[in-house]
Design a protein around this ligand. Structure first.
Ligand SMILES: [Zn+2]
Length: 435
């Protein structure tokens, strides 16, 4: 399988120069910037894999040069280097036609994904970054995590006591490194990064200054205000969408570099890609990487106690791992991706704000390594916790197929009402279909 991919890899290596013209010098150092503890065991490795392990694609010390195109090239090449455990999956397209993708990581990935019971076969975890343009370190952090986890899988080196071989045989990590590629490129490289003249011209009419502080997509919609905002109110039998009913102070009523929530919830292609993905799998938790503040937000709002307990436990674990400050989200503000995920699933959904509050954005090369070192093990700790927590008793089935589970019966029934499904109570691993 590896041999078959070599011509493609050569092509990719040629394409791996960052595409932005003022930053074309390809990093020439081959030294890995983060060296996991190495205790090399030569099993399951070919000379090709050995060569890949010696030549990591993401070099965090050059992070400021990387464009969204470079990241997607790297992501595709990682999937071709490590086809046993990584699969590149296009999940949407930005306004400017740039690929939005996930990297699915589990052992025997293609075979596993083809299974009819993939949703319950192993436990799923979602890690996402890059909703906001100027928060540029996080896509690199996520792709570097993937690269180092893959290296550990092949080296069997047990990074910080985690054994990736075992973890990937019982869980599936879904990484979405860059939800807003257009905003990322705009903040980092300016308007010349936009391919479509229509968008370039429209943008110059709504914003004519320096684009480095840009957070929105290139239609001027702040994607982290564009997600539906479901609540289950007392006495109601279904959750209702209260999008932007409580917008908070940070609000713009027209397209802008930040705070404009869009015309309606889920109006943007980038939002839609993430929403559809969240609905497609039974994620045990969700980590959303943003910058800045060295803060972890966890959602409490109005949710049932059984959720709060579980969420707080995950938040405390994340606090211990990263050293970041834990902040309960008051729920003032609307349209967050994390709120949407909590409402969908009642699972821990944390916002991880990398870098100190005083870091200037988009940040310099040294901050990539800083953000990485503080957070790269977080998905592994959260996976461990998810495994310990296990499945919840109230399982939602739609059209006879398992969708996800809930710790709260009232909430589970309301979700079943809204999706025309049914709740089946059970313990242990859920059956993927109703017998
Ligand atoms: Zn953000």
């Amino acid at each position: 399988m590896l041999q078959k991919t070599i011509p493609y890899i050569i092509l990719m290596a040629m394409a791996l120069t960052p595409v932005i013209s003022d930053s074309t010098s390809e990093p020439n150092s081959t030294k890995p910037d983060v060296t996991p503890i190495v205790d090399i065991i030569k099993e399951n490795r070919t000379p090709a894999v050995d060569a890949f392990l010696e030549n990591p694609l993401i070099k965090l010390q050059y992070g400021t040069q990387y464009s969204s195109q470079y990241y997607s090239n790297v992501a595709r090449e990682l999937a071709s280097r490590y086809p046993e455990i990584l699969s590149y999956k296009t999940i949407g397209s930005s306004h400017d036609g740039k690929d939005i993708y996930s990297l699915v990581m589990t052992s025997n990935v293609e075979e596993s994904m083809d299974r009819d019971d993939f949703n319950t076969f192993r436990m799923h975890y979602l890690i996402e970054a890059g909703i906001h343009g100027r928060e540029t370190v996080n896509p690199a952090v996520i792709i570097k995590q993937i690269e180092d986890y893959a290296a550990d899988y092949y080296r069997d080196s047990h990074i910080a006591d985690f054994k990736l071989k075992d973890i990937l045989s019982e869980s599936v990590f879904h990484f979405i490194p860059l939800v807003n590629p257009d905003g990322h490129d705009l903040a980092k490289f300016g308007p010349d990064s936009i391919k479509s003249n229509r968008y370039k011209n429209a943008l110059s009419e709504i914003y004519d200054e320096d684009y480095s502080q840009w957070k929105a997509n290139i239609s001027g919609v702040d994607l982290n205000k564009n997600f539906p905002d479901y609540y289950l109110e007392d006495g109601m039998d279904e959750p209702t969408d209260k999008w932007q009913k409580y917008p908070g102070d940070l609000y713009s009523n027209r397209p802008d570099g930040e705070y404009y929530p869009g015309e309606y919830p889920g109006s943007e292609p980038e939002t839609q890609a993430l929403m559809e993905y969240m609905k497609s799998f039974d994620f045990r938790s969700y980590l959303s990487y943003h910058s800045r503040g060295d803060i972890l937000y966890y959602e409490y709002l109005w949710y049932p106690d059984s959720y709060l307990e579980n969420s707080l436990e995950a938040a405390k674990k994340a606090e211990e791992v990263t050293g970041y400050r834990l902040v309960p989200d008051t729920g003032v503000g609307s349209g967050y991706s994390t709120s949407y995920h909590v409402a969908l699933s009642l699972k821990p959904s944390l916002t991880v704000e990398t870098l100190s509050y005083y870091t200037e954005l988009p940040s310099g090369n040294s901050t990539y390594l800083e953000a990485y070192e503080e957070t790269w093990l977080l998905p592994l700790h959260i996976q461990k916790l998810g495994k310990e927590t296990g499945y919840f008793p109230y399982r939602l089935y739609v059209d006879g197929r398992y969708v996800r589970d809930f710790p709260d019966e009232t909430y589970a029934k309301a979700m079943a009402n809204s999706l025309d499904g049914e709740i089946i109570e059970g313990s242990g691993i859920p059956g993927h279909i109703i017998d």
